[in-house]
Design a protein around this ligand. Structure first.
Ligand SMILES: Nc1ncnc2c1ncn2[C@@H]1O[C@H](COP(=O)(O)OP(=O)(O)O)[C@@H](O)[C@H]1O
Ligand SMILES: [Mg+2]
Length: 514
């Protein structure tokens, strides 16, 4: 079983916390010089396993074999001495110390009992340089960005020949650019023969970087894919326990003879959005996609009355409607789930119940216009939590304590209570676990089946392709094409339009369909 290339064997590791078995008999191996991603949904046991590998937490049963020799990690120090380092989810940096002091904490270089600051600074600078860091060892760590502080942690892990570097969700708080940079650093480490165990629940970056992917689910080892075997389909299937083909709900067909319900004509602000026209029927899922900065969010903000349009007319069911602020939109039966749900949608300090009933607070049965019926309010919220499978200990729990996926379900539940005719969803699944994602797709599909017009703003192309009946592509504030035949729903095709490589051979023109 032991293979030449195997560095660390994890053998039947289990971990029992009071009341929770976080790991159940997990076995797999890490090879020398590989980027080994460990993925799984929230609570799958990833962090627990990493704490065990780095000596931060004892295992309940099982064993570890490093280089063919059984090891017994009593604490972090033993692990570090063996070259195993953990960079945990919460960075461990002293902001009021310099970078080199942070790097050499606990293993200061000294001579005749006196700290050799110059030697430490130089050694630190060499380490930082090898990581391509853009700052020097003398600056205070508190002045650095999160991404830079992460580099300090990596330098610290490498200060004495780290062999295994474990990074727990290192990209969680990084921008796209910082993430790309970190992935480069990780590749550089691999090229130096270091094994990197990379924890993430973001599949795209995992698929991009990993030489091996191990999936945990509910504390159990599901499988490891290596090299050519790695593909999205198998990893998602392992993560959620069913096939990707069942991931997106079946696409309902929309009656083509039906007239358009939602018609946007000539919308623009003369700055970021120009002359956008489109229409959608009841029960239709219309996706609007494009690259970052294409103007999709600006467009929806105008439709919903958050910002003022300069040009354009909106028709609902054949009637011209005027929307000047969000309350007008809500009154007309338009709902909007914004991209930044934490900043613009949810009230984090309020309970699930309050967030869910917010838009129907002053209507029957919750209120008769004067008096709030708290019993009814609880009933409505309880039912919504059950129906929408929102995981919360109770309806009074503040929304801030819920996972991202469950927060999004709360927001959707709010709009479902208000029974909108049109629902605009801006990046509804960004940053959400695959399992919760598939539930959100199910909800969207049910809404459409109930006759709601869904405007799905998304840059997640598999999502757009999996969910939409028609796809509109925006580029630089303009609508560039409409893709309505499902054979043409491919990532290449959409990207070609979104980036301007492909221009439609006809000028895309709105055909009045009312
Ligand atoms: N210190 C702890 N005490 C009790 N339960 C814990 C502790 N740490 C984690 N758990 C539980 O163990 C399970 C796995 O958690 P974790 O390893 O953090 O998962 P992941 O990192 O994959 O999200 C979860 O059910 C979590 O609630
Ligand atoms: Mg974790």
């Amino acid at each position: 079983m032991a293979h030449d290339n195997v560095l660390l064997q994890i053998k039947g590791v289990s971990k029992q916390y009071p009341g929770v078995q976080a790991l159940k008999d997990v076995s797999f191996s890490i090879n020398k010089g590989e980027i080994h991603a460990v993925v799984g949904e929230n609570g799958a046991g990833k962090t627990t396993l990493m704490k065990i590998l780095s000596g931060a937490e004892p295992m309940t049963s099982g064993g570890l074999v490093l280089d063919g020799r059984e090891i017994n990690l009593i604490g972090i120090k033993e692990a570090i001495d063996l070259g195993i380092n953990l960079i945990s989810q919460e960075l461990n940096i002293a902001p009021d110390m310099t970078v080199y002091e942070n790097i050499f904490t606990g293993s200061e270089i000294s001579q005749y009992g006196i700290l050799n600051r110059k030697a430490m600074r130089e050694a630190a600078n060499r380490l930082l340089e090898s990581l391509g860091a853009a700052f020097g060892a003398h600056v205070y760590a508190g002045e650095l960005s999160i991404a830079e502080q992460q580099q300090v942690e990596i330098a610290r892990a490498l200060r004495h020949n780290g062999r295994i570097l474990i990074m727990d969700e290192p990209t969680a708080s990084l921008s796209d650019r910082e993430t790309a940079r970190l992935l480069e650093v990780i590749r550089g480490l691999r090229d130096r023969g270091i094994s990197v165990i990379f924890i993430s629940h973001r599949l795209p970056e995992v698929l991009q970087i990993a030489d091996a992917v191990t999936v945990l689910r509910d504390g159990m080892y599901i499988g490891t894919a290596r090299g050519e075997e790695i593909n999205e389909e198998i990893v998602v299937k392992w993560m959620i326990g069913r096939a990707l083909s069942d991931y997106y709900p079946d696409r309902a067909s929309v009656d083509a003879a039906q007239k358009n319900y939602f018609v946007v004509q000539g919308f623009g602000d003369n700055e970021e959005v120009f002359d956008v026209s489109f229409s959608a029927k009841k029960g239709e899922i219309l996706a609007i996609t494009g690259l970052v900065g294409a103007g999709r969010t600006e467009l929806t903000n105008m439709i919903f009355g958050i910002t003022r349009k300069q040009t354009g007319t909106l028709y609902l069911n054949g009637e011209r409607v005027e929307i000047n602020e969000p309350v007008d939109a809500i009154e007309q039966g338009i709902g909007y789930v914004p991209e930044d749900r934490r900043a613009h949608g949810l009230f984090l300090e309020l309970s699930c119940a309050e967030n869910i009933v917010m838009n129907v607070m002053d209507t029957e049965p919750i209120s008769n216009g004067w008096i709030l019926n708290l019993k009814k309010l609880s009933e409505v919220a309880e039912r919504a939590v059950l129906d929408r499978n929102i995981q919360t200990p109770d309806i009074d729990r503040e929304v801030m304590y819920l996972s991202g996926g469950n927060q999004q379900k709360v927001l959707l539940a709010r709009w479902l209570e208000a029974k909108p005719e049109v629902l605009i969803l801006d990046e509804p699944t960004r940053g959400i676990d695959v399992g919760a994602k598939s539930e959100i797709y199910q909800l969207i599909s049910e809404l459409a089946a109930a006759g709601v017009t869904i405007i799905l703003i998304s840059s997640d192309l598999p999502e757009v392709i999996g969910m939409a009946q028609r796809i509109l592509v925006m580029r630089e504030g303009r609508l560039v094409t409409e893709i309505s035949s499902q054979e043409e729903f491919t990532q290449e095709n959409i990207l070609a339009y979104a980036s301007g490589i492909k221009v439609p051979d006809y000028a895309f023109e709105y055909v009045e369909g009312r």
